[in-house]
Design a protein around this ligand. Structure first.
Ligand code: GLN
Length: 558
């Protein structure tokens, strides 16, 4: 399918409540249209005033998803990259903060001289401009799928809704499709699904001039044909376009269900496309494997935000992808670093097959993480440390193997005797916090015959970063002499990117974030090999040769 008729648009809005899975819906739609031969681009419009989510607390926002170009973006971009298997750029995430930043800078420069600068038309024009020119400059797309953050009815999303209404008006109904994701709650005391919230939310959309073409009805269990008819009648949407979107065991099943409900056919009919049927066999196979694993392994994850799964979204997904490769379902056992500090590592980790320490900021919980790392290092349990997790592994090694009992990170204390983790030289003097870390893709060189080299199958890699601190070069020689292998470094040799313990089944720490580049059908090599090693550990424990007994008592799982 060529782009002769110009780009078309699909707008995805959400109603009733947040967290309905709009991002998954937009990604699934993009995936299906891409599989039917279209050149697709997904973008996210976030109505908040932050320029990007980089300065937000994970409790507010969940994970910050870093792109190759170093932009810090919404976690939905992670879904887009995973479902569409493509790398996105800064322009794929637009925020109110960016829009106002641009407009106010222009106003101060005098670009609007003589005019009153207003939400309509200035803000809405800037929004339209960004929707129409996403991704890489000058690239043409058959379809742009724009997801609007928040819920219809929010004051702050009004300029975005007005902008997409205008695009609908200007481009016409064969070029623009409005998809509204809504909730159909089940009320147990009445024994019924209720359609009223959906009716109200569509009413709110219509009041601002948007008539949805498709409704994606989220519910706990599938809704009936009769209910879809009723919703369609009240909302002026054809019954066939009222799609039941019940909860599913894995998010990767969503596009398959959409396809079964003919969602991609309905949209291509409206947008006048005649598209070949998609080949979904690889995806179906992957979903089957996710749903029917051979074994369930337990990987402990020790971080600050144990109660907030969205803070580790990409890590959770990377484990799903890696699990498919080794026929293992990874059950993540969330261990609080505070608990470990109080009760010891053994109590919380005696039955795990692997430990992951994710990235993070700030000192809270660090001592518990270091203790957890000591436990898996000594007990030969597979380990993957990411960013702060790798830094903690180096501190642990310096303290317990190299006998530098007061080794620590300069991030937490300034007058250290052994700042084994130090501020990177180019971070000195940085005072602004937004967008100033070492961000985005950087190349690294790997040493042959190491676990990381074996995983990647090459000695040249590129990975995404988000940090200010690094392994202190002053201690490199000592660490190596004491048996810590520095197996990956920046091409100029100045920054340590990967550490390993050769005399351990699988102990790898990385300064970057491999989880950001894992894709459902192409798991990240380090996650893949980590899960393989943890699966071997599980098998060893099952056959009695491992040191750990298996215990079905899981604290909580993802
Ligand atoms: N806080 C550490 C640093 O800035 C680690 C960052 C991270 O884990 N993303 O270097």
């Amino acid at each position: 399918m060529t782009n002769k008729e110009g780009t078309k648009y699909i707008f995805v809005t959400g109603g009733v409540v947040s967290s309905l899975g709009k991002g998954i819906a937009a990604s699934s739609l993009g995936f299906l249209l891409q599989r039917r031969g279209l050149k697709v681009q997904n973008i996210k419009l976030d109505p908040y005033l932050n320029v990007d989510p980089g300065t937000m607390n994970p409790y507010q926002h969940g994970e910050v998803f870093v792109l190759d170009d170093g932009s810090e973006t919404d976690l939905d971009l992670g879904h887009y990259e995973r479902y569409l298997d493509m790398s996105l750029v800064k322009g794929n995430n637009v925020t109110t903060g960016q829009i106002y930043n641009t407009i106010i800078t222009r106003e101060r420069r005098g670009d609007y001289l003589g005019a009153t600068v207003q939400v309509i038309p200035h803000v809405t024009e800037e929004i339209k401009n960004r929707i129409k020119n996403p991704g890489r400059r000058g690239e043409q797309y058959d379809v742009i799928i724009a997801e609007i953050g928040g819920t219809v009815g929010d004051i702050e999303s009004l300029p975005f809704l007005e902008a997409i209404r205008q695009i609908g008006q200007e481009e016409g109904s064969s070029n623009v499709c409005f998809v509204h994701v809504t909730l159909v709650p089940y009320i147990p005391t009445a024994g019924e699904f209720k359609t009223k919230p959906t009716q109200h939310s569509v009413k709110a959309l219509r009041e601002i001039g948007i008539q949805p073409n498709v409704l994606l009805c989220r519910s706990a269990t599938p809704i009936s044909e009769a209910l879809r008819q009723k919703i369609g009648l009240f909302c002026s949407v054809q019954t066939k376009s009222v799609i039941a979107a019940p909860d599913v065991p894995t998010i990767y099943e969503v596009p398959l269900n959409f396809h079964k409900s003919l969602l991609d056919d309905i949209i291509s009919d409206q947008l006048d496309w005649s598209l070949p049927q998609p080949d979904l066999s690889d995806w179906e196979k992957m979903v089957e494997k996710i749903k029917n694993p051979k074994r369930r392994i337990k990987i402990g994850i020790c971080g600050k935000y144990v109660n907030l799964k969205d803070a580790y979204k990409s890590i959770i997904e990377a484990f799903v992808h890696a699990g498919v490769e080794s026929d293992s379902e990874v059950q993540l056992v969330w261990v609080s670093s505070e608990d470990i500090k109080k009760g010891g590592a053994e109590k919380f980790m005696h039955d795990i097959n692997g430990l992951l320490i994710p990235g993070g900021f700030g000192e809270r919980g660090v001592e518990g993480k270091i203790e957890a790392i000591r436990f898996v290092r000594e007990n030969k349990i597979p380990f993957l440390g990411i960013c702060l997790g790798m830094q903690c592994a180096v501190i642990e090694y310096a303290r317990n193997v190299c006998d530098l009992s007061d080794a620590h990170s300069y991030e937490f204390y300034r007058d250290l005797k052994h700042p084994i983790i130090h501020l990177m030289a180019d971070q000195e003097g940085v005072t602004e916090l937004g967008g100033t870390m070492r961000l985005g893709a950087y190349p690294a060189k790997l040493i042959k015959d190491t676990k990381s080299y074996k995983a990647y199958g090459t000695d040249e890699i590129s990975e995404r970063h988000r940090h200010r601190y690094e392994v202190n070069n002053v201690y490199r020689e000592m660490l190596e002499k004491e048996g810590l292998a520095l197996t990956g470094v920046s091409p100029d040799g100045r920054l340590v990117e990967i550490i390993e313990i050769p005399d351990h089944p699988w102990f790898v720490g990385v300064q970057f974030h491999p989880e950001l580049k894992s894709r459902p059908t192409r798991p990240h090599p380090l996650f893949r090999d980590f899960v393989r090693a943890a699966s071997d550990h599980y098998e060893g424990a099952q056959s009695g040769s491992g040191s750990n007994s298996q215990n079905e008592n899981v604290k909580s799982s993802a």
